[in-house]
Design a protein around this ligand. Sequence first.
Ligand code: SAH
Ligand code: SF4
Ligand code: F3S
Length: 481
Amino acid sequence: MGKLSKYQAPSLKDARKRINKETNHIYYEIKDEYIGLGNGKTYLLKTYGCQGNLADSEKISGLLEAMGYTKARSDEDSDVIIFNTCAIRENAENRVFGELGRIKSLKKKRPGMIMALCGCMAQEEGIVEEIKKKYHQVDIVFGTHNIHMLPEYIASIYKRPSRIIDVYSFEGDIIENLPQLHDHPKKAWVNIMYGCDEFCTYCIVPYTRGKERSRLPKDIIKEVEDLVSKGYIEITLLGQNVNAYGKDFVDTKYTFSNLLEDLSKTGIERIRFTTSHPRDLDDSTIEVMGKYPNIMPHLHLPVQSGSNKILKKMNRKYTKEEYLEKIEKLRKSVPGISITTDIIVAFPGEEEQDFEETLDLVRKVGFEGAYTFIYSPRVGTPAATYPNPLTEDEKKSRLLKLNDLINEGFYEGNKRFEGEVVKVLVDGPSDKDPSMLTGYTPHEKVVNFPGDISLVGKIVDVKISKAYSWHLRGEILEQSK
Ligand code: SAH
Ligand code: SF4
Ligand code: F3S
């Protein structure tokens, strides 16, 4: 084992700091000495968590393939295994620890295999301590700020086997030009910003991802123009709070609505974005959404709770009434828009009355889908210290009750398309029934229909024959594109 001294371990205290240093935009170029190191070798990447992690994994794949690695078929025959992890709830972390245990023995069978762990768990002090003590099979731990260092870590291990733990707990830079291997031939994630400064009291993300910092408009627009020229049809703009885009620019005023408008003019056929924050979603964004047909009529707008008391304790900075007002504006600007959300139940201090308020809000908005969670305490966040007298049974029963209501909304949202003709971007054969194709409508509804595999990657007109809770069933009308 080599010495760890040239590397850094994560620090929660540092991760919390915001001194507002100016963001460095670093334009990456892989060094010649790393190219070829992976020739004849394979890698496997296991990704957990949000779209931010999926996009990061595409960059990790891009780097590894630039080094010469190719994708492995299974755990057993890979030379590098990387876990890109999520820290949002305890169960996300437990899954990773379970997997690490399961693959421990692989290293005995395949000496020289490198195991690495990155992503949000790597940014957590306590987790890294646990890995150091108990998970000796992990060779490299790197964080969300230093993905671009991976080739260097691997090269260093090939030169001299040692364990590398290198995690930065600082506000964060922006690394441009990382090679990215898109998972989908027609749909691409496009990061527009990194980090989060909201500090919702339950959430670990501001600690694991650093400060809110925006990519420059020119870099984003160029990326999207390149995607268009390569035949991509859909982009999803990514950020933990996309509506805060541009707020960190020092001498320019350029906001999310400006970006959205400029991107709508690039010729990309479908634009989506996630995640929006109800406080920062402004009128000009709502207006732009209604103006350009290539901005899709779906918005994921996490509300978290319908109780003003709980929203305040969560530090969400809006009220139930303000949320409802934004929904009304959205429905006016984008008729027929589909709205989905995230909700946490059993946050510390949530009483029956508060939970009822959440149910009431769900009924009023008519969400067409939601991710719902039982609150999970995260070490280092303020809410982890709040008393929570609810029993596990009470927490679960709230979740079940909420899910029943959400599922009704899901079904109603699908039902409104029965008999309609919708444009579906075909993803591929359906998992459940390979004789069927599956794809998404502008409203982000899943449609299954019989069709030829040659339609994958195209937009087709499908007449909806029947709505189910989780998908629509239809027949193809004609090939529109
Ligand atoms: N930036 C996005 C997404 C954050 S993570 C946003 O602000 O909405 C995705 C969802 O996980 C959150 O919306 C929230 O509902 C949930 N979540 C975050 N921290 C959690 C915690 N400690 N326990 C349970 N759910 C949590
Ligand atoms: Fe977490 Fe809140 Fe930031 Fe979303 S906005 S990532 S919930 S702190
Ligand atoms: Fe998870 Fe980190 Fe995303 S905690 S949800 S992977 S930002």
